[in-house]
Write a new protein. Structure first.
Lengths: 290, 435, 321
């Protein structure tokens, strides 16, 4: 049974090779694309994300179930862990909090992700150098003007060094994506401020989450800082839960009333006719008895 | 119950014996019926893809037939009901036929709806999960009510006749028929109390039938009228359909009068006078029907609303012949034949009625299908059957099967109850005697 | 019915097998996703159990078992959830007519995601020209999920219903196939299953009105705004499949729409680009808005190239009506 399924599946793969011409010859080696990203979220949890895909007919096809290894360090490379890619070709690895990561002299962490390849897929590696950054966000309100103040520092030997001439994106997370609200340019003191719009809808109480992030920064990676505030307009769903209309569960009152009147009227008359017939029958029985 | 011997002699032979001709005709209709059953099985098995309906024209022959048969049921409401209330004397020989048309077409009509429903196994959902905001639910309620009401009304008219037949000792029928008359006559024997009860019940039901019939047909019209589709979204649809229904019902009555008069030798009872009277009724209604049709299309044609213009265009090009037949010939020809005394003969009037009935079927077709072929978003497809509706043999065969069932039911009932109501005719004689 | 499911014992055999072939077992809809989408994998696969499925096109699809049927949920529960919807949201779609070039990837993604036969187009592409002086334009038309839906009003058995989040669904187990909703909809958004669609269902599949799989013979189907995806905060399939980012989807209450790459404020998009609705005067209050086809990205004719004859033939007689 297993062998049989194996054979059938292999056969079908060859058939589906018509749609994927890559597989029409078994010797074709796929050259995949690997991308390594660094994330630091609002709770200061760091993680690495690798995406393994290959390009076919200008469409990115994810490679699932591949074993991805994460390393840190440059000359003395240390294996951090191994993760399999999911159906979207993504492998995520959480960096432990307290583990000391080896740094180079310029204060950079070196990360590497590697896919060792197999018979049909080439091996690929990707390196990433990340400098740790402390990103903070302060929200203040004065005279109904809402201001976001952002500060960013990198740890240095004699204290924190301000980050300047960099852009920090401000987002409000929505159901499917992040809504861009603005960008802030950090000055030489490592800070920037931005006015927050006053007409953004929030949840029914007006709560919003505001995220400030370095997005795919070449040195800092993806770093975000989030904060919850009541800076949104309370949103109310205009459709009442249950009301009477043609398209709702409960019909308009006048329909129910009209229908009831008509039906009782008509069927009442029917009842009258049927009762007349019954009485006719009874009359004849009475007559017979006489 | 006693009855005039002459009436009994003239009107009961059909209950006693059946001619070979009857059997042959019945067999022919039976063949059509069986072919219809076969095509229905095919449709249920293979799905509605075997019909000509596709995603735009989702309602085809079946709905046209449904409206048509429901419309025929109007003859009973009018001839029987209205004229009963006005106590018109001349209608008495044709009452029974009219009432039978009503009931039989009310039984057949819903079957065409069933043919159109995609999931017959879920039909009962209409009664278990009804939504009263939907015109189809209104239709279900109205048709059920109408059906029951017409059955009651028909039965009320049978009671006296069954009593007469029960007491007609010379009646040469098998014992089961005699028992049948005995049971169903409810022991009626013409006593004043019973007579009064029966008469009052009949009057009450007559007025109900008229009201219900108007409601049923208006509800049917609103299934189309409340949608937004061009051609259907017309305020006139309610009364328009009612008039058209009366028109078709009256036409069919004339046809049946002619058939039964010939076959059952009832020349003495159904005379030229009856044909002329019902014919005049037909002409008057034709005038109303023509007026409504003209009004509807004039307002559509005159205004510049794009979708209306596209529809009118389609009617005058692709559907030209059908349109002229239904809305000109169907109205003018019967009118001319009956209006001019020179043409007023029994065969001519019957021909006029045939044309009227056919024209009305085509009129329903022209209302339903061209609208569905001109939706707001144009049909952009390469397959012809998705662009233009063309019925398949299955739809034709089910149409003929429906007509055959109508005929067969009529033929069967004419063997159980006299096709002219003996008690009604009797009343007439008594009234004349009293004078 | 052919069904291929994991043997259970073949875990390592399957892994080896997958490694050997190295084929991308993603569905075409995933293929459109680029790295910028906010979807992340996890350190481990979900349940660890992958299933090889055969899609109607004969393509092998590997899906995590959890994605097929939520563990233990029965149809009755799913239907109750489907009726309730996602309260607190009101979904809206914006289609940018200036970018559409009839690529038809939206149609393909929709058909694949809902296991539709090839002639069922829940998303349909029209080529319209209102008048000989006005421009021709491609109009992608999903179901509009109107706020005053004619189709819901006329359904006699309540098989189609509108939820509080705005989505109109069809319950294929309640539908009796009377097709009144199809004549009620002025936008021809519904399709009918005239014959048995003969769909190969995955094992353990439970009917859920939010995915509306499989199409049922004798019942009506239509675009459902991928309500199953919305529950997982994933965009509808047509949105992610469009290579030009023509379709934006979002929530009016959040005042945000996104096409997978750009996220914009809905109110601003409407004002800046003068959005409108198709045939506003019909009063059904659709929840799909259009952005007018000005400053086009492509000439209209681009849409006629590259399609097969059956598709091209549809638009031969396009002109003012």
């Amino acid at each position: 049974m297993k062998t049989g399924t194996y054979i059938i599946i292999t056969g079908l793969i060859f058939l589906s090779g018509i749609t994927y011409p890559v597989f029409s010859q078994e010797e074709t080696i796929i050259s995949p694309y690997i991308q390594l990203q660094y994330f630091k979220d609002s709770d200061d949890l760091r993680s690495l994300k690798t995406t393994l895909t290959y390009s076919h007919d200008r469409i990115e096809i994810p490679l699932a179930g591949m074993s991805i290894s994460f390393y840190s360090g440059d000359t003395g490379r240390e294996l951090l862990g191994t993760v399999s890619t999911d159906e979207k070709g993504v492998a995520r690895f959480e960096l432990p909090q307290d583990q000391d990561l080896p740094v180079k002299n310029d204060g950079l962490w070196i990360f590497r992700t590697e896919f060792s390849g197999n018979d049909t897929i080439e091996a690929v590696v990707s390196d990433l150098s990340i400098k740790d950054v402390k990103l903070d966000m302060v929200l203040s309100e004065a005279d109904s003007v809402k201001t976001i103040t952002i500060t960013a520092f990198t740890p240095g030997n004699d204290g924190d060094i301000p980050v300047s001439e960099e852009v920090v994106m401000i987002y409000v997370p929505r159901m499917f994506s992040l809504l861009p609200v603005g960008e802030a340019w950090l000055n030489e003191k490592g800070s920037a401020s931005l006015e927050f719009p006053t007409d953004l809808p929030g949840d029914p109480e007006g709560n919003l989450t505001i995220i400030a992030k370095f997005e795919e920064h070449e040195t800092f990676g993806n770093v975000e800082r989030a904060s919850q505030q009541k800076w949104g307009i309370p949103s109310v769903n205009p459709a009442p839960v249950a009301h009477r209309a043609l398209w709702t569960k409960t019909p308009p009152m006048w329909m129910i009333i009209t229908l009831s009147i008509l039906l009782t009227g008509v069927w009442g008359h029917y009842l009258f006719a049927i009762i007349s017939l019954i009485i006719i029958k009874r009359e004849s029985k009475k007559q017979k008895k006489l | 119950m006693q009855a005039d011997r002459k009436l009994l002699k003239d009107l009961t032979p059909e209950l006693e014996k059946t001619s070979t001709g009857w059997y042959i005709t019945f067999a022919v209709f039976m063949v059509f019926f069986i072919v219809g059953v076969y095509s229905l099985i095919l449709q249920i098995d293979k799905g509605h893809i075997v019909t000509g309906m596709r995603d735009n024209v989702v309602w085809g022959f079946y709905i046209v037939n449904f409206i048509f048969f429901m419309g025929l049921s109007y003859s009973g409401a009018l001839i029987s009901g209205v004229l009963h209330l006005f106590n018109t004397g001349w209608r008495k020989p044709v009452i029974r036929m009219a009432e039978l048309i009503t009931v039989i077409s009310l039984v057949i009509g819903p079957f065409f709806i069933f043919f159109c429903i995609g999931r017959l196994d879920r039909l009962y959902y209409l009664f278990v999960y009804p939504r009263i905001q939907s015109p189809i639910t209104w239709d279900v309620i109205a048709i059920s009510t109408d059906l029951i009401g017409c059955f009651i009304y028909l039965y009320l008219s049978f009671v006296e006749d069954f009593a007469i037949l029960r007491d007609y000792t010379d009646l040469n029928v098998p014992p089961w028929k005699k028992k049948f008359y005995k049971i169903l006559s409810l022991g009626y024997d013409g006593s004043p109390v019973q007579k009064k009860l029966l008469s009052r019940a009949r009057t009450v039901m007559a007025s109900m039938i008229i009201a219900i019939a108007i409601i049923v047909y208006s509800v049917l019209a609103w299934i189309f009228g409340v949608t937004l589709q061009p051609g259907w979204h017309s305020t006139i649809f309610g009364p328009y359909f009612v008039i058209a229904a009366v028109f078709s019902g009256t036409g069919l009555l004339i046809i049946l009068m002619w058939i039964f008069r010939k076959v059952y030798h009832l020349e003495e009872y159904i005379t030229k006078r009856h044909f002329v009277n019902v014919g005049v009724l037909l002409t008057v209604i034709a005038a109303f029907y023509g007026y409504f049709t003209f009004s509807d299309y004039l307002t559509k044609w005159y205004g510049s609303i794009k979708m209306d213009s596209i529809l009118i265009d389609k009617l005058f090009t692709e559907y030209y012949t059908l349109f002229i037949f239904a809305n000109y010939i169907g109205i003018l020809l019967p009118g001319i034949i009956i209006a001019l005394p020179r043409f007023r003969t029994i065969p001519n009037i019957t021909v006029a009625a045939v044309i009227a009935v056919l024209a009305l079927w085509v009129n329903r077709y022209i209302i339903v299908i061209p609208t569905l072929e001109t939706p707001f978003l144009p049909i952009q497809d390469v397959r012809t059957e998705w662009i233009k509706y063309s019925p398949t043999w299955i739809e034709w065969s089910l149409t003929f099967a429906g007509v055959s069932v109508f005929a067969m039911l009529f033929m069967l009932i004419s063997k159980i109850a006299p096709i002219i109501s003996i008690s009604e005719m009797q009343e007439k004689d008594e009234a004349e005697v009293l004078k | 019915m052919k069904e291929k499911s994991g043997d259970g014992s073949g875990e390592s055999t399957r892994r080896n097998f997958i490694k050997k072939i190295g084929a991308g077992f993603g569905t075409v809809s995933i293929a459109g996703i680029t790295g910028s989408s906010v979807i992340s994998g996890s350190a481990k696969t979900k349940s660890g159990e992958k299933i090889l499925l055969l899609s109607p096109e004969g393509k092998l699809v590997e899906v995590d078992r959890d994605d097929i049927s939520p563990a233990g949920k029965k149809t009755a529960d799913l239907k109750a959830e489907a009726k309730k919807g996602l309260p607190g949201h009101k979904f809206v779609m914006v289609i940018d007519l200036s970018k559409c070039r009839n690529a038809r990837l939206c149609v393909d993604a929709c058909q694949e995601g809902h296991m539709l036969p090839k002639d069922h187009e829940w998303m349909k592409l029209y080529l319209l020209q209102d008048d000989r002086h006005t421009a021709r334009y491609w109009l992608p038309r999903p179901c509009f999920h109107c706020d005053k839906p004619m189709c819901v009003s006329v359904c006699p058995v309540g098989a189609t219903y509108k939820r509080d989040d705005g989505i109109v669904l069809v319950d294929n187990q309640r539908c009796i196939g009377c097709k009144f909703c199809m004549t009620g909809c002025p936008y021809s958004a519904r399709v009918f299953n005239w014959k048995d669609p003969e769909v190969v269902l995955p094992e353990g599949h439970v009917y859920d009105p939010e995915t509306n799989i499989p199409p049922v013979e004798g019942t009506v189907g239509k675009c459902v705004f991928c309500a199953d995806n919305l529950r997982k905060n994933i965009l509808p399939r047509c949105v992610t499949a469009c290579p030009m980012g023509v379709i934006y989807f979002g929530d009016v209450l959040e005042d945000t729409v996104t096409n997978g790459e750009e996220t914009l404020r809905f109110s601003k998009l409407m004002t800046d680009r003068a959005g409108f609705r198709y045939r506003e005067e019909l009063g059904t209050l659709p929840n799909v808005f259009y952005l007018p086809p000005n400053n086009r990205m492509f000439p209209v004719e681009r849409g006629l190239e590259g399609s097969d004859e059956a598709i091209k033939g549809r638009y031969k007689e396009v002109g003012p009506r």
